[in-house]
Design a binder for this molecule. Structure first.
Ligand code: FPP
Length: 246
């Protein structure tokens, strides 16, 4: 996809700009396979793409960018691939967050990331704390995230509040459920993009994406860049959102 720099600039302007873009980064394996490279090479290039896209989100003035980096289902992959992905993540948090933080990026994580390796959990917590006062763009990384587990967890927390006599079941509203999700302080995504031509949500932000505009692009994630993000943001501006109204 080729987009002019004027398009890139224009995409960041106007009221129809999404406040929150969420991305299912898909196609690393196919990118590598088509080059006869090991899957890790695709994930490595995918991490570079993630960095470029975060910089793009900052340039476009997006408030929130959520990246689906590791799902609760990804544990089913071969152990060495899981270990490679954790290694890339560790490197990203250790070395790349610094530069992003200097550009005003705040890090948040959604998902049961406490179950990752203890050193990685420590690095993540330190990066979250260190960037907590940044206000330009919030990078939300979904790690050990699954929407069904997130909703079940919210139900469990509400049930515990009922059991403790703190909540009347009759008072349970969508807002009450939302307050128990990992995304309690994050606005819902306006635009959800999936790369690589697959048209599935794969257990990503099922509750939060209720009114998101969905965009499926054929580009494999390692080839996705700043201009592709800008093009998606521009295409979003042309969509009419009615939120169930007329
Ligand atoms: C999907 O490609 C990609 C993943 C499961 C992992 C995404 C992770 C990264 C891009 C690296 C870490 C991210 C950050 C934010 C540092 P796939 O392997 O499912 O591709 P395929 O469908 O072509 O096999």
């Amino acid at each position: 996809m080729t987009v002019s720099s004027a398009t890139l600039a224009a995409a960041g302007e106007g009221d129809a700009k999404p406040r929150h873009v969420a991305i299912i980064m898909d196609g690393n394996g196919r990118w590598a396979k088509s080059r006869m490279l090991p899957r890790i090479a695709g994930h490595r290039k995918g991490t570079e793409a993630a960095k470029a896209v975060v910089r793009g989100a900052v340039d476009l003035g997006l408030d929130y960018l959520t990246l689906y980096a590791f799902s609760t289902e990804n544990w089913r992959r071969p152990a060495d691939e899981v270990s490679d992905l954790m290694g890339l993540l560790r490197h990203f948090i250790r070395h790349d967050i610094e530069e992003l933080a200097d550009n005003g990026v705040r890090l948040k994580v959604i998902g049961d990331y406490q179950r990752l390796q203890p050193d990685l959990v420590k690095l993540i917590d330190a990066a979250i704390l260190k960037t907590s006062n940044n206000r330009r763009t919030t990078l939300v990384i979904a790690l050990n995230y699954g929407a069904q587990a997130e909703i079940a967890r919210a139900a469990r927390l509400l049930a515990e509040a009922v059991q403790a006599g703190q909540l009347d079941p009759a008072d349970i509203t969508p807002e009450q459920v939302e307050a128990q999700l990992y995304t309690q302080d994050i606005p819902p995504p306006d635009l959800l993009i999936r790369t690589s031509g697959e048209k599935r949500l794969s257990n990503f932000l099922l509750w939060q994406a209720a009114y998101a505009e969905l965009m499926f692009v054929d580009t494999l994630w390692p080839d996705f860049g700043k201009v592709d993000l800008a093009a998606a943001v521009q295409a979003f501006a042309g969509r009419e959102r009615r939120f169930g109204g007329l």
